[in-house]
Design a protein around this ligand. Sequence first.
Ligand code: NAD
Ligand code: ZN
Length: 354
Amino acid sequence: MLFPSRISAFARLNRLLSGKQYRDARFFILLDENTYNHCLPLLVSHVGALAEAEFFELPVGEESKSIEVATQLWGALMDSGADRNSVILNLGGGCVSDVGGFVAAAFKRGIRYINIPTTLIGMVDAAIGGKTAVNLGGAKNQVGFFHAPEAVCICPEFLASLPESEIVSGLFEMVKTALLSDVRQYETLLTSMERLHTQGIWQDGLGDAIKHCVDFKSAVTLSDPHEAGVRKILNLGHTFGHGIESFLLERQSPVPHGVAVGMGMVCALYLSVKKLGFSQERYLRYCRTLTHLVDVKRFTLKETEGILSYMRQDKKNREGLILCVLLQDIGVPVIDVDVNENEIRDALLQIGKG
Ligand SMILES: NC(=O)c1ccc[n+]([C@@H]2O[C@H](COP(=O)([O-])OP(=O)(O)OC[C@H]3O[C@@H](n4cnc5c(N)ncnc54)[C@H](O)[C@@H]3O)[C@@H](O)[C@H]2O)c1
Ligand SMILES: [Zn+2]
């Protein structure tokens, strides 16, 4: 993990890429239009080792996470003479790192890659842990590999150009981590999010909060790289969130991933109150924060059916049961709680209520 310390993360990346394990390696930077404009200049001006790198531009957003885009990238790598010693650098948010990691995992049976996340979600979540994937038939992350990056280079400087809606999206993934790990982090984060709502300020204390999320996710994924057990806790809010995200994408009214997860966590916390005795007061405060920061629309009963049909495809389900991560308390997650379809409809109808 290359995190800013006494020297910047860029300087540490430059040192790594100039080292002997990368001697004679060719570097290929994957990016999208936004990271080409806002992030590439900062990267190449600080990391001299990338002076000769080639770059490939992907479509912006979820459109890039497709088998067709991956196939184009494999072709482009072949045409450029990439070999097993080549290295992919994913300069972007979770979409770039998910498809870039996927391409790296399969090209020549696996080449090295490095994530340089440029969104808040990328920094606190998507770039860490080695899960790579593309979407299939409108459903999220259906085809993928576990293939860990060689390094993750976290430079919060990139966040300066990120639109506020994407910052909000990242803050909800951070809330997820705080709910799983630490009540003090959670309270501080919710207070900062309320300050973002009332005063438009979000930067205060963010560096420490990012570091907490990075450390937590790294520790969990290192202890369970293939999601056999404890790593499943990271799916808090995601069984619902992915269903909502896929459904809204199909309806051509997409929301950022973290916002869908933010809505999904309403459902997870609601069921946690009902099934595991989670604090009702905490649940209500969470719902208020979400509605302050996000324009949450309520779903109709018919729409919940559409979401449910995506939720049935979730990879984490077993023998027809929909399995969710719920919370007994902050820092006390319970995995594999089976939830029936009426409970799911009821939980989805709580989003945006009150
Ligand atoms: N693999 C994992 O473990 C994991 C974890 C969490 C999320 N994800 C995936 O990550 C994706 C969401 O990630 P995301 O929100 O970062 O998406 P993204 O990559 O689409 O980035 C969001 C938007 O921000 C733009 N952008 C990126 N950096 C910028 C910058 N510095 N300045 C200005 N604009 C910038 C992008 O072009 C895009 O429009 C989802 O597909 C989700 O499934 C994966
Ligand atoms: Zn997520």
